[in-house]
Design a protein around this ligand. Structure first.
Ligand SMILES: Cc1cc2nc3c(=O)[nH]c(=O)nc-3n(C[C@H](O)[C@H](O)[C@H](O)COP(=O)(O)OP(=O)(O)OC[C@H]3O[C@@H](n4cnc5c(N)ncnc54)[C@H](O)[C@@H]3O)c2cc1C
Length: 478
């Protein structure tokens, strides 16, 4: 049993030490709620994940949660824009977002003819001036690490995979069952063993079932921040009116990418550079499909294509069959010839695919929308409303959730309503009533990209999303 005593009941257990779970924990401690625990299924915290853009609304919410967290994230994110040269090129987005053009960092959007249709400045100060808060790019793992380091070490536990939640009416707590692997050493990065690092060992906990144990934790409230494939969401929706929404739904969009193409005839390189890249290291071309074309230092090209595709068309596809699928899709819209040639030259071993999933904030077919809470359990971040990353709002919206939920839980604590199920239900309903309309708007923007249709729409979207006033929102909640 974790905790000091087998009968410990935590005030709050947060499942998932991603950005939103950790921000929630920081916000709760800041508001005086210290009897908390964050658990994560990862065997050890490691360098994983993509680069995130944190935009004014997300940064404002984080600042509201805890000023120190905001300052640390800002510092790490700003350093990220001009990092020391890295040789780890695993994630193409990382090296591109971290190396914007030195003089005027901008994200350029072009049409098929190579004309600029939009140019979005990337600098912190530009966003600060326009929206009252800046913008930073930060790798998921760096964000996790910065936030994790702001919490006492003993309240963030790796190697705890939540497999079940039970919330019985007669109990003054909910129970979380998790699987832990007993073989794991406390600090796998601290030493080498038998010539092999601990984190090189097999990952699959299930195959190691004899060495795994199940632990149960008790908490007055559970915050489910376990991401788009949320186990807790599956458990609380199973056998309920919402069972159709237990699993994420395919969004209709997928990415096909090639991280590096080196063998490109000189003439083609010149044509692509002159028509599309010019001095930029990254440019976005087209709307539907859309290509993020980039060039790394040393000249290799790469791309990420966002395509509207049936999920089945991706099944079992890799290497050359992915290249063929991409070319078929590009042919349908008469995509620029030089870019199709580039795709044709992609080395099959460098090809990747990624279907994007969604938990719709509003579903068209039901009168009642899937609730983001059940009894003592509340869903936040991607577990509540995960979506494709096209408007860069997943983590930003998650921080807004964290802010709302911490304010409401702090209020439950202040009014000593931990055992008042009605007060808890009212609090979580307020959270949903506040968050669902904006999430519905953001998901519509993500799936249709309507804000990018004109400057007027872009400005309206910026006002609605980036310039939110959290003083008013929190005042309305309490
Ligand atoms: C390619 C890409 C680019 C993106 N770009 C942006 C961007 O620019 N800006 C932006 O705001 N967002 C972006 N996003 C979205 C963003 O990454 C997510 O919205 C954000 O990470 C959600 O945070 P979270 O904490 O809710 O979930 P996650 O980040 O998914 O974290 C969930 C955590 O829960 C743990 N977990 C899962 N299941 C269990 C379990 N059963 N038991 C215990 N622990 C568990 C996981 O190990 C993980 O640590 C992007 C996403 C992708 C895929």
């Amino acid at each position: 049993m974790i905790g000091n005593h087998p009968m410990d009941i935590y005030d709050v257990v947060i499942v998932g030490a991603g950005p939103i779970g950790l921000a929630t924990a920081i916000g709760l401690r800041k508001r005086g709620i210290e009897n908390i625990l964050v658990i994560d299924q990862t065997r050890a915290f490691r360098q994983v994940g993509q680069v995130l853009d944190l935009l004014p609304n997300g940064l404002k919410a984080l600042k509201y949660l805890d000023n120190q967290a905001y300052e640390e994230v800002k510092k790490t994110g700003m350093g990220f824009m001009n990092p020391p040269q890295s040789h780890d090129d695993k994630n193409s987005e990382i090296s591109q977002k971290q190396n914007p053009p030195k003089n005027s960092p901008k994200w350029i959007y072009k049409n098929f003819q190579g004309q600029i249709i939009r140019s979005i400045p990337l600098g912190f100060d530009h966003w600060l001036k326009n929206h009252g808060e800046g913008r930073v790019s930060i790798a998921w793992y760096n964000l996790q690490t910065v936030l994790r380091n702001l919490l006492p070490q003993d309240i963030v536990k790796a190697n705890h995979r939540c497999v079940n939640v039970v919330d019985e009416l007669e109990n003054e707590y909910a129970r979380i069952d998790c699987i832990c692997n007993q073989q794991i050493k406390a600090n796998p990065y601290a030493y080498w063993e038998d010539g092999q690092r601990q984190d090189d060992q097999p990952q699959d906990l299930d195959n190691n079932s004899q060495k795994s144990i199940t632990k149960s934790l008790r908490a007055k409230l559970i915050v489910a921040a376990d991401g788009i494939n949320s186990t807790i969401r599956r458990v609380i929706y199973k056998d309920s009116f919402y069972s159709d929404f237990a699993q994420p739904e395919y969004s209709g969009f997928a990415a096909i990418s090639c991280r590096e193409i080196t063998d490109i005839p000189h003439e083609l390189q010149t044509q692509i550079a002159e028509q599309f890249l010019q001095d930029s290291p990254i440019v976005t071309i087209g709307d539907e499909p859309r290509m993020m074309l980039f060039r790394r230092p040393g000249n290799p090209f790469g791309y990420i294509l966002h395509l509207a595709l049936p999920c089945e068309s991706l099944e079992g596809k890799s290497g050359s069959s992915l290249i063929n699928l991409a070319l078929e899709e590009l042919a349908k819209v008469d995509f620029p010839h030089v870019l199709k040639e580039l795709v044709r030259l992609s080395p099959p071993t460098n090809m990747q695919q990624r279907p994007y999933y969604i938990h719709r904030a509003t579903t068209p077919d039901t009168k009642t929308q899937p609730s983001w809470s059940a009894g003592r359990v509340v869903l936040v971040g991607d577990a509540a409303h995960g979506m494709p990353p096209f408007m860069a709002q997943g983590a930003n919206q998650g921080f807004e959730d964290a802010l709302a939920v911490t304010a409401l839980i702090a209020n439950i604590a202040e009014t000593n309503n931990w055992d008042n199920r009605e007060a808890i239900a009212t609090a979580f309903k307020k959270y949903e009533d506040l968050r669902r309309p904006i999430m519905t708007y953001i998901q519509r923007a993500t799936l249709t990209r309507f804000p990018q249709s004109s400057d007027e729409e872009w400005n309206k979207y910026g006002q609605q999303v980036y310039q939110r006033n959290f003083d008013q929102l929190i005042a309305a909640l309490l």
